[in-house]
Design a protein around this ligand. Structure first.
Ligand code: ADP
Length: 489
């Protein structure tokens, strides 16, 4: 059933964007079964289909049928459709932001930012479609030539998480479509409505039937088809390390390429020579964006001895000022956590930290608003034995560690199986290079707590992943290099 309001007073300008059916082979199909909740108040926004293996197979086969005609279009033709999709997303910015805040919880200002960020991948890859070039290489024979073609891999399966319901879809789908692949996407069950709204706009943009499909339902069954169906050539996944490993194992029997963006455990290193104002602002932005629920959120903040006290004082004062509430109310800075399980993890990390000598100096408990709202929290005397040092807390909790030397800070930062994002605050140019190069991470932000952009390759090392999304590098997962030897010249 389609409905036009998210909540009393929240009416969309374009009610058709609130689509509750799956998008397969150019049609909206399926019955609403699985509820989608608003994490700010627990109210049900609607129901989406509970697809399983049979429907997933149909979607994959629709994408398989659509592949050759789509790949045969000129790059300019594919680019034009992607560009129309981008324009439609931007035109629908306000509605998409409302849907996003309603199902995910982030403040409207962040939701608008995510629409722009998500749309930027579509814009970038509309442009990049025209620049996926091959090579000619010096030949081993004077009567022959070596060509290297870069061709689309085929059908791509995309599985995405709930923390960026728009951007995680477009960051995978736009480069795949630009390269000439077709896609079946499975959004997270918590946040399917953004993906379905994007599919409404994709249909209007004029993608041929079957080129882009969105299905919701049983993750295990759908994942089983994605990792075993012979037509799928790439499984592109963003989510937990545990599920990423499972999908990689499942994909082994058909040797699919598995592109993984997994969990992080981001350290922030603040050196004595840092500009303290910018270090506080950067750490705060990195820590509390999306209420601490991003894989690049600061998870551990290491501050050098001489400025430890000053940093803690300013950071804590700023954290205590953050406005917490329903993200649809203007001016809110922290929304609810996604669900009760997320709150329980935060509580478990906090009680473990306190048991091990940590001291909570602001926040530390559920917010008086109830539900899944949690106070912005700062813990001092943090150390490496605490659960919050080893695991991603994924909530509004900032543990602050003290260090003496550069080598000690680097060793502490690297003492994890994760390797996604790290942040460094220093004004010493030698240290900028030494520390950036020594950090075992896929991304380093120097004097900045926010680094995500469609213009740069996002991704991790170690157990944080094996691929890059964004920039021209983001195309690589979706093309094969074919060597053609032309002889007898
Ligand atoms: P989180 O714990 O943050 O929800 P997950 O890794 O469980 O992270 O979820 C990320 C995405 O992976 C979601 O779309 C989810 O439905 C999907 N998912 C979870 N388990 C599986 C599975 N066994 N096979 C395929 N997809 C899965």
């Amino acid at each position: 059933m389609t409905q036009s309001t998210l909540a009393p007073g929240l009416v969309l300008r374009d009610p058709a964007l609130l689509e509750m059916r799956c998008f397969v082979n150019g049609s909206f199909v399926g019955e609403g079964m699985d509820p989608v909740n608003n994490p700010a108040n627990g109210l049900v926004l609607g129901h989406v289909p509970d697809f399983g293996a049979a429907e997933a197979t149909q979607a994959v086969e629709a994408a398989q049928q659509a592949f050759h005609p789509w790949a045969a279009l000129t790059a300019k033709e594919r680019s034009a459709i992607l560009r129309r999709w981008f324009d439609l997303i931007i035109d629908a910015r306000e509605d998409l932001a409302l849907i996003l805040t309603s199902e995910q919880g982030k403040p409207l200002s962040e939701a608008r930012g995510e629409v722009d960020y998500g749309a930027a991948f579509v814009e970038f890859y509309a442009e990049e479609a025209k620049r996926i070039s091959g090579e000619t290489l010096p030949s081993h024979r004077s009567d022959g030539r070596i060509l290297v073609l870069r061709q689309p891999v085929g059908v791509v399966a995309a599985i995405t998480p709930w923390n960026f319901p728009i951007a995680m879809i477009t960051r995978k789908v736009a480069p795949a479509l630009a390269a000439g692949c077709t896609v079946v996407a499975k959004p997270a069950p918590e946040t399917p409505l953004c993906a379905l709204a994007l599919s409404v706009l994709a249909k209007r943009a004029g993608f041929p039937d079957g080129v882009f499909n969105v299905i919701t339902g049983d993750a295990v069954e759908i994942g089983g088809i994605f990792t075993s169906h012979p037509a799928i050539r790439v499984v592109s996944f963003t989510g937990s390390t545990e599920v990423g490993k499972l999908l990689m194992r499942q994909s082994a029997s058909t040797l699919k390429r598995v592109a993984l963006e997994l969990g992080g455990n981001a350290p922030v290193l603040v050196f004595d020579d840092a500009d303290i104002e910018s270090a506080v602002a950067g750490a705060l932005a990195s820590k509390f964006r999306n209420t601490g629920q991003t894989c690049v959120c600061a998870n551990r903040i290491y501050v050098q001895s001489k400025i430890y006290d000053a940093f803690v004082e300013r950071f804590t004062a700023a954290a205590a000022q953050l406005k917490i509430g329903d993200g649809t109310i203007d001016g809110m800075q922290l929304g609810p956590l996604i669900n009760e399980r997320a709150v329980q993890k935060v509580e478990r990390h906090l009680s473990d930290a306190v048991d091990k000598g940590g001291r909570i100096i602001t926040g530390g408990k559920r917010h008086r608003l109830g539900g899944t709202f949690f106070e912005a929290t700062v813990v001092i005397n943090a150390h490496s034995e605490m659960a919050m040092a080893r695991e991603e807390t994924f909530g509004p909790v900032a543990p602050i560690f003290r260090f003496e030397s550069e080598s000690e800070a680097i060793a502490a930062a690297n003492a994890t199986t994760s390797g996604l994002a790290a942040y460094v605050f220093t004004r010493d140019v030698g240290r900028v290079f030494r520390v950036s190069e020594a950090l075992e991470y896929g991304m380093v932000g120097v004097n900045s707590g926010l680094i995500s952009t469609e213009l740069a390759p996002f991704g991790g090392v170690k157990e944080s992943g094996n691929s890059r999304e964004g920039s021209h590098h983001g195309i690589e997962e979706f093309v094969d290099k074919k060597y053609v030897f032309v002889g007898g010249l």
